[in-house]
Design a protein around this ligand. Structure first.
Ligand SMILES: Nc1nc2c(ncn2[C@@H]2O[C@H](COP(=O)(O)OP(=O)(O)OP(=O)(O)O)[C@@H](O)[C@H]2O)c(=O)[nH]1
Ligand SMILES: [K+]
Ligand SMILES: [Mg+2]
Length: 368
């Protein structure tokens, strides 16, 4: 039996198994198997050196990467052509775009790479169309912009989410708070900081055995961790946690009421590329969701250049991170920094490597 059939078989079994206390261990095991087979499906065939995304790779450039993901003809290429200087072919027929087309969005002094991609359809993660390459490319993005057609049914959103889920992408989700370490001996050591609601030692042991893992330390640090989350922890190397912004295009073709309903969904923006509606709002949201910070570096006696910020990630916002971004061994020469702006208690504040900066701070670094 091929992997695809095995996957279908498990999905069918999951669908017909009633969820209750007696079946929960079996369901957990099935979910673990399903994740294992999906992973095999994504691995390149033995002997080939090609990665699943091959043919699509565009080198990363700029401060961050945004991937446009959506069904055919929702307006991905129209959007790329609108917000960057790149012109990607636009047409009424599906699958106009056949490869990845990069463009550069200049925003807040930063350069954001926008990747226009072919449309994907249901079954993409299993290899339909160019789906596999598209979803693998999505994995490399700092933000997924899911482009949806406001005139189409609500179902499109859920179908696309499932396709991305199937290749190990987790949208708008934190990595599960679980400590997991495979050992050489000692059996399973299962602990939890407070009683987990959806997991226990037997469940975890069953799933791990199916993965042929017999010795491991498991510490569940969050009682809300589910079976799916735990399976993600086992497969951590193949999981990407990526923010997703849902963007409904073509609102010119639906009623105001419908536009309003769509706009109220979480993490959602509504636009019309052809009527130029909502584009500024979209760019603002892209910027916010990328969690980037601008800092202006200043040399002694010279005013900072406010048109050319240095762009770093909010999650890595110490002076040490700034040094690392300038040069690999810059911090070995570091003496102190002077900081002006929101993060400074007084202006300027003299700071060490651990100081955390905020958006639009001005920083002067003094070296040995
Ligand atoms: N009504 C309306 N039509 C739009 C809008 N934006 C794009 N379109 C039309 O939608 C069709 C598809 O646009 P594309 O940009 O080629 O769509 P795509 O998502 O790149 O399509 P594929 O590359 O085939 O996946 C074209 O006929 C566009 O003119 C919009 O805001 N409103
Ligand atoms: K099209
Ligand atoms: Mg296109």
């Amino acid at each position: 039996m091929g992997i695809l059939e095995k996957i279908t078989q498990i999905q069918e079994e999951l669908a017909r198994t009633q969820k209750n206390k007696a079946t929960e261990y079996h369901i957990g095991l099935l979910k673990g198997k399903l994740a294992r087979y999906r992973q095999q499906l994504l691995e390149p065939p033995p002997g080939s050196s090609s990665s699943p995304g091959q043919g699509f790779e565009v080198s990363k450039s700029g401060d961050a990467r945004v991937a446009l993901i959506g069904f055919p003809s929702v307006g991905k290429s129209s959007l790329l052509s609108k917000i960057t200087k790149t012109k990607s072919e636009v047409a009424q027929y599906a699958f106009t775009t056949l490869t990845s087309v990069p463009g550069v969005l200049e925003y807040n002094g930063s350069e954001i790479q926008i990747l226009d991609l072919p449309g994907i359809i249901q079954g993409a993660s299993e290899g339909k169309g160019r789906g596999r390459q598209v979803v693998s490319t999505a994995k490399t993005a700092d933000l997924i912009l899911m482009v949806l057609d406001a005139t189409k049914s609500d179902e499109q959103r859920a179908i696309l989410e499932r396709e991305l889920e199937a290749v190990g992408i987790r949208l708008n989700k934190e990595r599960p708070n679980v400590y997991f370490k495979i050992k050489k001996a000692g059996g399973l050591k299962f602990n939890a900081t407070s009683p987990p609601k959806y997991l226990d030692e037997k469940m975890v042991g069953n799933i791990l055995r199916d993965y042929k893992i017999h010795n491991a330390d498991v510490l569940i640090r969050d009682p809300e961790v589910t079976v799916e989350d735990f399976i993600d922890v086992i497969n951590a190397n193949h999981r990407s946690y990526i923010p997703c912004l849902y963007c409904y295009n073509k609102i010119d073709a639906v009623s105001l009421e419908e536009t309003d309903r769509l706009a109220r969904q979480p993490n959602t923006v509504v636009i019309s590329v052809s009527m130029d509606l909502g584009i500024d709002d979209l760019l603002e949201r892209i910027w916010a969701d990328l969690s980037l910070l601008r800092i202006f570096t200043k040399r002694k006696g010279v005013a900072p250049n406010f048109s050319e910020p240095m762009v770093i990630r909010k999650a890595h916002n110490s002076i040490e991170d700034v040094c690392d971004a300038i040069h690999r061994d810059f911090k070995s020469k570091f003496r102190y920094a002077l900081v002006w702006g929101a993060s400074a208690k007084h202006s300027p504040q003299k700071c060490g490597l651990q100081h955390l900066i905020e958006d639009e701070d001005v920083v002067s670094i003094f070296t040995k």
